[in-house]
Design a protein around this ligand. Structure first.
Ligand code: C5P
Length: 233
C-alpha cells in the first residue's frame, strides 16, 4: 500500500491519543509531525514511543532560531532521534541554517519562511523589507543556499518558491483544506491538497481535516486519511 505525501500534524496534548492516531493512519500517511508542545511535554521518550509504532517518517517541528552555536548544540541533542525533517527558522540566517545542516547530516533540515499566521501588516511591522511573498522567496533562498534540503511555505507561495529554489528542494505546505472544508475553521488563505501538489509542493501538512475524525473512532480516521491521501497518489 502506498503512503500519501501527507505530513499529519499530530496536535494533541495526550501521548496515548497521539500514538493511537499514528497507528490508525500510518498505512496512508508518509510523515508524522511532532511539534514543540509535544516535544516539551513528552521529550525524546515521546518521539521514540511514536517511532516504535510506525515505519513512517518523523517531522520534528521545533522551529529552532538562535545563534549558530546554540542551534548546532540543539540539533546535535536531537540527532539521535533521527527525524527525517527538522525545522529551523530561515530568518536565523545562513550561518544558523548551516549549523543545523552540519549537526544533522542524515536529516533534511527544513527552513521555515514566513509564518502564515502573519498578516502583511505584521510582516511590515517586524521589519521585513518586502511583502510576505517576496520575503518568503528570499528566506527560501537563504535556507537552501545554506544547505537546507526542504522549505516550509504557504500554499500561495509554492510556485514562486519553487522557481526560486529549483526542483531538488522539498517544498512542504501547511494551510491546506479539502474543498468541502474551505472556510470552516481558522485557516484563511488555503488551497486544496491537490492544488498545492499541482502547484509544486512535495508534501502537504494536514491536521484537523483528518484528526477530527478520531471522534468517530480509529477506523473512521483511517478511512479519512485514505480518502484524502487517494487524491494525492
Ligand atoms: O489542523 P491543521 O490542518 O490546521 O494543522 C496544520 C498544522 O500545520 C498545525 O500543526 C499548524 O501548527 C501547522 N502550521 C500551519 N501554518 C503554518 C505553519 C504551521 O497551519 N504557517
Amino acid at each position: 500500500m502506498s503512503k500519501a505525501p501527507i505530513v499529519l500534524a499530530v496536535d494533541t496534548p495526550d501521548l496515548s491519543t497521539a500514538i493511537e492516531w499514528v497507528k490508525a493512519t500510518q498505512d496512508h500517511i508518509s510523515v508524522f509531525k511532532l511539534g514543540l508542545e509535544f516535544f516539551l511535554t513528552f521529550g525524546a521518550d515521546g518521539i521514540k514511543a511514536v517511532k516504535d509504532v510506525t515505519d513512517s517518517d518523523i517531522f520534528l517541528d521545533l522551529k529552532l532560531h538562535d545563534i549558530p552555536h546554540t542551534v548546532s548544540g540543539a540539533a546535535k541533542a536531537v540527532a539521535h532521534l533521527a527525524p527525517k525533517f527538522l525545522t529551523v527558522h530561515a530568518s536565523g540566517g545562513q550561518a544558523m541554517v548551516k549549523a543545523a545542516v552540519d549537526a544533522m547530516p542524515n536529516t533534511l533540515i527544513t527552513g521555515v519562511t514566513i509564518l502564515t499566521s502573519l498578516s502583511e501588516q505584521d510582516v511590515q511591522e517586524v521589519g521585513f523589507a518586502s511583502n510576505a511573498l517576496n520575503s518568503a522567496v528570499s528566506l527560501a533562498k537563504v535556507a537552501t543556499s545554506a544547505g537546507a534540503a526542504a522549505i516550509v511555505c504557504s500554499p500561495l507561495e509554492i510556485a514562486a518558491v519553487r522557481s526560486a529554489v529549483g526542483n531538488s528542494a522539498v517544498i512542504i505546505t501547511p494551510g491546506v483544506r479539502p474543498a468541502e472544508m474551505v472556510g470552516s475553521d481558522d485557516q484563511q488563505r488555503t488551497m486544496t491538497p491537490e492544488d498545492a501538489i499541482a502547484a509544486g509542493a512535495n508534501f502537504v501538512v494536514i491536521g484537523r481535516p483528518i484528526t477530527q475524525s478520531w471522534a468517530k473512532g480509529a477506523q473512521a480516521m483511517k478511512e479519512r486519511a485514505q480518502e484524502i491521501g487517494s487524491l494525492l497518489i
